[in-house]
Design a binder for this molecule. Sequence first.
Ligand code: OFO
Length: 171
Amino acid sequence: MLSKKMEEALNEQLNKELYSAYLYLSMSAHSTNIGLPGFANWFMVQYKEEMDHAMRIYNYINEQGGKVKLKVIEEPPSEFKDAMDMFQKTLKHEQFITKSIHDLMELAIEEKDHATQIFLQWFVTEQIEEEGNDNEIIAKLKLAGDRGNGLFMIDKELATRVYIPPAEEGA
Ligand code: OFO
């Protein structure tokens, strides 16, 4: 059973996760457009993961007898300066999402909503991984520079990222 306040906050988060998916889909399209297929793959996998995050929240609201309310998804940017710009924007966005998850957790604690606290735990852990991945790629981009052979090598590496559906990762 969710309080109205918790239900609204979870619906807000559902919208943010859908926006994340939209943002990374846009970055995937841009990467294809500028001839970086490995980056396009990485962002496409990220898009699918964000859709999974959204569906986790969607299912949880339903399971708790709440009402899912879908809101307008903001238009993401479609032009980026270069690969570094995309990853800096990705990191900044993920830091915003981390803060949003922490605020949700604070609300669940305030409301003594133990079920939602347990539910959110997965997201707290996931955000550590998300920011870690972005920081790692930014560090590589800094080392390699944003063009030439270094960028080509990073593109090859990002091409190997594979999407794992939630059922297969035991979630
Ligand atoms: Fe859903 O973790 Fe990124 O936004």
